[in-house]
Design a protein around this ligand. Sequence first.
Ligand code: PXP
Length: 240
Amino acid sequence: MMKIRLGVNIDHVATVRNARGEKYPSPLRAAILAEKYGADSVTIHLREDRRHIVDQDLSLIKSKLKIPLNLEIAATNEMLKISLKQKPPFICIVPEKRKEITTEGGLNLDFKKNFLKKIIYKLKKNKSRVSLFVEPKKSDIKKAKLLNADCVEIHTGKFCTLVNENKNYKNELDKIKKAVNLGNKIGLEVHAGHGLTYKSASILSKINGIKEFNIGHFLIGESIFVGLSKSIKQFKKIIK
Ligand code: PXP
């Protein structure tokens, strides 16, 4: 079976740093340690409001990291310009609303469709692998293919909330499975992320065809208690 990659999202190391306006804890240090402890890629989201990761984190991490950097961006001209300059090997385009606490849903692939298409084209030409963060909906998977994305990342937030609340998650799991199958069938690389814990990652890792998980908030939270090494290794064990 294909190895499933683990992308470690370190945004919330920056959240803790920014809470006090100090230089620590350092996202660069977290990125380098994540690499050392077995992460397959490191993810950061440069938000429009720079509430966690800031531009300097991006250039520093990009220059020091040996594993691929996965940069999450909103579909804006500013982010396109930064991405073209920094050339991260992986890019994931996500929706962004200023007031949200986190990325609340997948992209609306009908909104500014031509602009999205242009961004994807330019980023791919610049040698970045481009992924679109989408809801587990067949129509969105098809639209992502038409936009010429390399990958889709399926938003697992609703599924994870149901798992956390011990509610019936069967319908949501079914939607994810169907989206994964369709993505694979039409030649998209399929990833999954948002809200994943040991339990939800373990359930989803049994679906054939997910090539990459991107995990942040729970993994960084867990590392407060067990250390980054153990929380990464535990996730690697679960998704292997
Ligand atoms: N994937 C994408 C596209 C995201 O936007 C996020 C959150 O930044 C994640 C994965 C990670 O989600 P979490 O921090 O809940 O693990």
